[in-house]
Design a binder for this molecule. Structure first.
Ligand code: KG4
Ligand code: ZN
Length: 361
């Protein structure tokens, strides 16, 4: 690539249940962002079924990549001249799902003779706030990833230098939202629906526990909140195991009660995140932290967005909060962070393998 030429990256994402591809220029300008969701395939099971997810990725990956090229104004015949590298989310995630994206990326890199770049999905969520905005991310930062698979607090020294400060010891916050939605009969995935109903409810109506763990802990726990909601909705169970019987179910609730349960659940779920975020900022005091970076599907949540805005203002920190379309899993965040790695010539070879556990420590 000649000096001054802009870098155009194709990003591919298939770590869980979204098949996504995107073209991003100079690690910031999103030219296309195509996402094929699989909600309808997993809804009846109340969660993502790995085998169904990987099969659906196989069917969708090529049409999604083609559409991302078309929407970016790139003809398939000229793709090998217009695309400078192929970035792919290769970790963490479901092994069968990751394998589809990684195999497609390798095939294109080989066929087009372009560099292949493996990107960590969680680091990419922390980069999403840099997409389609003028201001670059400011480091060092405190980073928060809240999604269906992750609830993690980090020290972010640079987009590729991320150190974990705390993470969930049981469920991820998005998983707790999805289970709450199932318990309340709101369907799957339910995070957005719980958020919508919460906005109409009284958040003080029910008292749900806000997990603190130790006085200094930066870890999270959502299993207690989940159980507490279960008992609130269905009453105390009698009997054990298969014999366990509840007093009632969600269809005994009034619409008003559902709104109030959602609002009270949301106060506790987001309250726990804010508590740990404040602790992380306070314990990093004087350590040069300039900004707060938030990412992941739950960063689309209305209450979280409002509360992190207030917190950043209060602590005099810049806030990098992605536009809603870049909160949920997408290929643009992969292509964006891929662009940063491209500029640093951090390439992978065709031996790149999916890593379900991820690279963050
Ligand atoms: O980042 P993401 O697409 O997937 C993972 O990397 O896990 O996050 C998906 C999660 C789901 O659990 C979904 O219910 C949740 O994000 N979510 C929300 C909202 N929108 C999506 N949770 C709470 N409030 C929302 N508005
Ligand atoms: Zn994600």
């Amino acid at each position: 690539m000649s000096p001054g030429k802009r870098c155009t990256i194709l990003g591919i994402e298939s770590s869980c249940d979204e098949t996504a591809a995107s073209v991003v220029v100079d690690a910031r300008e999103v030219k296309s962002n195509v996402i094929a969701t699989q909600f309808e395939l997993h809804e009846e099971y109340g969660g993502v079924v790995p085998e169904i997810a990987s099969r659906a990725h196989i069917e969708r990956i090529l049409p999604v990549i083609r559409e991302a090229l078309v929407q970016a104004g790139i003809d398939e015949d000229e793709a090998n001249e217009r695309i400078d590298a192929i970035a792919v989310g290769h970790c963490p995630g479901l092994i069968g799902s990751l394998l589809v994206g990684v195999s497609a990326a390798k095939a294109l890199a080989w066929a087009w003779g372009k560099p292949l770049i493996g990107v960590d999905h969680v680091m990419a969520h922390l980069y999403a706030g840099a997409l389609d905005v003028d201001d670059p991310l400011r480091y060092p930062a405190i980073g928060l990833i809240v999604s269906g698979g992750h609830t993690t607090l980090c020290r972010v020294n640079d987009s590729l230098d991320v150190r974990v400060l705390g993470r969930t010891i049981d469920d991820a916050i998005g998983e707790a939202y999805d289970k709450a939605a199932m318990m309340l009969g709101l369907g799957f995935p339910g995070g957005r629906r719980v958020d919508e109903r919460a906005q109409r409810g009284d958040d003080r109506k029910y008292d749900f526990p806000i997990s603190r763990l130790g006085a200094e802990s930066l870890d999270f726990s959502y299993s207690g909140l989940k159980t507490s909601l279960l008992y609130m909705v269905r009453g105390k169970p009698a009997g054990k195991g298969k014999e366990r019987k509840f007093e009632r179910d969600y269809d005994d609730l009034t619409e008003r009660e559902v709104d109030d349960l959602c609002a009270s659940f949301q106060r506790a779920a987001i309250g726990a995140v804010m508590l740990k975020l404040k602790r992380a900022i306070d314990s990093a005091d004087g350590d040069g932290v300039k900004s707060l970076i938030v990412g992941g599907g739950v960063s689309a949540n209305s209450r979280l967005r409002a509360e992190v805005r207030d917190l950043a203002k209060d602590r005099g920190l810049d806030l990098h909060l992605p536009a809603i379309e870049y909160c949920l899993d997408n290929g643009a965040m992969i292509a964006g962070l891929g662009g940063v790695k491209f500029a640093r010539k951090e390439f992978d070879d065709l031996s790149l393998s999916p890593m379900p556990a991820g690279s963050l420590r």
